[in-house]
Ligand binder design. Sequence first.
Ligand code: GLV
Ligand code: MN
Ligand code: MN
Length: 419
Amino acid sequence: MEIPEINKDRLLRDLNAVSRIGLGEGGSVTRLVFSVHELRSRQLLVHLMNQAGLDVRVDAAGNIFGRLAGAREGPAVLAGSHLDSVVQGGRYDGPVGVIGALEAVRAIKESGVPVPAPLESVCFVGEESSRFGFSTLGSSLVAGDVTMDDFANAVDAGGNRLEDVLSSLGIYRENLDSLKRDPETVKAYLELHIEQGPVLESKKKKIGVVTAIAAPSRFRVVFRGQADHSGTTPMEMRKDALVAAGHLITYIDEVCREHAATEKGRVVGTVGAVKVEPGVINAIPGRAEMQVDVRSITSGSKRKVAGLIKKRARRIARERGVKVDLMTIRDEEPVAMHPGVIALIHALCEERGVPFEVMPSGAGHDAMQMAKITPTGMIFIPSVNGVSHNPTEWTDPEDICLGTQLLVEALLRAAHAEI
Ligand code: GLV
Ligand code: MN
Ligand code: MN
């Protein structure tokens, strides 16, 4: 079979164009879900898909599907990722997979090689949890594995509720299911993504064949003490909510390190956001809210550590005379990639003589959701210095091109194969 070649200049040019949207200090990129910048990036994608002559469909949530008809109608092979970003993130987390998929489908279309099944290049809305604490929003809706109740604790820093934002898009409890994609219409899902970690670079490998994704457990912890005068209140009479939070943050770091040292199933834990009230220099904090993110490839280890953290939060509250509320944001199972798709990518790397590593993903991806409805796999490319969610996030353009070229072949093989 003739293998269509990607247009490297066009791929890198379009990636550059996306990274200029939401560009900030030090080359950082901020495109929070449903912000003007994120919307602009999705508009650009729709434009590029139209220009490429794909059949474009945008659902009510803003998920975008650019379809190339196959020789036969039937289930499509999908490839994509997301265009939203964290606050002050980098240029490649997400866009590499979206623009890479677009380029792969464009190259296949232009080459005129016969494709038995339809191909779709996809952009999922709201993969990052940076705004609402809720990740993989668009792909969860497409996979149909979410209810309005799951959004109960999804609120942004400005107090906007995700549920209200969705209702402003015409998405309600009653019609949430209409966003679900019929699994019968999907043959497989592939996601090209930067590794966001140091493994490929340190092992001098070009491609990561992903075996499983460490889905997060996330919860909000709110300590409620008493706001009081910072000058007049004796130390022993304080109910300082932030001090309680501080003890818990230290415990989370310790328990994850201990777990890594003593048990199988590495667990990582992070408190990435803390909100303090009243938040002034001369008042004792009366309220401290923290967002906790715990991840592991091993479900049992993750649950165990999350349970220990919650238990410790209650103990700290008792000891310090404050109240504590614990609210689940999302609790997900680690997800295995499909053996057939893993084998397909593995074989491709071997045949092409590309140095590869078979590895799990520590970061979350839309592939976690798509794996619930279709055979799914991921292709990683190296991250320079392993850095991500940071303005210095970088991947060598040659590696982006290599990953995209492999995606072309992976799409064609998935379209031809019984998976
Ligand atoms: C997605 O980037 C995540 O937080 O894992
Ligand atoms: Mn990310
Ligand atoms: Mn990502």
